[in-house]
Design a protein around this ligand. Structure first.
Ligand code: 5GP
Length: 349
């Protein structure tokens, strides 16, 4: 047995310390960023906030809402080639979506067919729950060799050595997060995880040394957490739960006690496994749960809250661009982040 004694932190352990700032207004802040990559020569510009490739958030409707802000959507992997074709014809912008794939031979074949739909599709999200398997590295290399110009996002991992391995294997962006997700139960079921703020900081340090980037994935419950993720060094921040419950989200709308809710569930939950594979395989225990989130109407006000929060964070620390946020950020460790005395009396969030 080995114990790492130094404290690792998550979003709720810190606040961003305000600093003198020359910014006059939040409107002066640039949230767009242009990216170059270690492998692909393609550049990508946009606001690096990303809808998660869950079937409840990585929807075409979500992509259309996010693309109007220059944001990115990692499409859920169960869309068919035909559905992708129709969505691109119907107004989904290929430059603001990533095609998602797992790591099997069938996934590779489906990825090839999806990327063939349009030469404007330039990003793929290679997503596995456990990015520590050796064969996942081989899969990333296989995709890199087949598509030298593809922007490859690959994960998930939470430590520096595997971040380096993924970048060296061919990933441009490493997806970081083991267990922080709102509907993830890996930490309960398997006892495995890594506090997200420290994971971002460690993995960003490793990826940036190799010219790569990191996408923080999971654990953001409020716009301030998105700002903390960027402040810790994330180049992209992926969101699931914060985008759930809207018109553009998947999941059934249900009525309970006169109130409306939308179903939201983890991609390793019983609900997802039964939906896509008919059953939970005998050797597996679900590592995600299903919840009902209050129905929140259209996504637009939520997106504005996220982008407004990010601009505010930048203006509090003097960051003119989202790219500058890590170097302008000093975190203070705290024992309490918010005053929740009226939490249960909220009129709206
Ligand atoms: P959230 O933004 O909701 O906190 O986290 C979203 C992320 O949780 C997803 O992008 C994905 O990485 C992770 N996730 C989604 N479903 C599951 C699941 O069933 N199990 C686990 N362990 N993680 C999940």
């Amino acid at each position: 047995m080995h114990i790492e004694d130094d404290l690792k932190l998550t979003f709720d352990d810190v606040l961003i310390r305000p600093k003198r700032s020359r910014l006059k207004s939040r409107a002066d802040v640039t949230l767009e960023r242009e990216f170059t990559f270690p492998h692909s020569d393609v550049t990508w510009s946009g606001i690096p906030v990303v809808a998660a490739n869950m079937d409840t958030t990585g929807t075409f409707a979500m992509a259309q809402a996010l693309q109007s802000h220059g944001m990115l959507t990692c499409l859920q992997k169960f869309y068919s080639v035909r559905e992708l074709e129709q969505a691109l014809d119907g107004g989904v912008d290929a430059h603001h979506v990533a095609v998602t794939a797992g790591s099997t031979d069938e996934s590779f074949a489906l990825l090839e067919r999806k990327l063939a739909v349009s030469s404007d599709l330039q990003m793929a999200c290679l997503d596995v729950a456990n990015g520590y398997r050796e064969e996942f590295l081989d899969f990333v290399t296989r995709v890199r060799e087949a598509f030298p110009q593809l922007i490859i996002i690959a994960g998930n991992v939470a430590t520096r050595e595997m971040t380096e391995a993924l970048v060296l294997a061919g990933a441009d962006v490493v997806k970081v997060g083991i267990g922080p997700g709102s509907v993830c139960t890996t930490r309960k079921v398997a006892g495995v995880g890594y506090p997200q703020l420290s994971a971002i900081s460690d993995c960003a340090d490793a990826a940036h040394g190799l010219g790569g980037h990191v996408m923080s994935d999971g654990g953001c419950a409020a716009p301030g957490d998105v700002a903390k993720a960027f402040g810790a060094g994330a180049d992209f921040v992926m969101l699931g739960g914060m985008l759930a419950g809207h018109d553009e989200s998947g999941g059934e709308l249900v009525e309970q006690d006169g109130r409306q809710f939308k179903s939201f569930y983890g991609m390793s939950s019983r609900k997802a496994m039964e939906t896509y594979f008919g059953e939970v395989a005998k050797h597996r225990a679900p590592e995600g749960k299903e919840v009902r989130v209050p129905y929140r109407g259209p996504i637009e006000p939520t997106l504005q809250a996220i982008l407004g929060g990010l601009r505010s964070a930048c203006s509090y620390v003097g960051a003119w661009r989202i790219k500058d946020l890590p170097k302008c950020t000093t975190f203070v460790r705290v024992t309490r982040t918010t005053n929740d005395v009226y939490k249960s009396f909220d009129v709206a969030d």
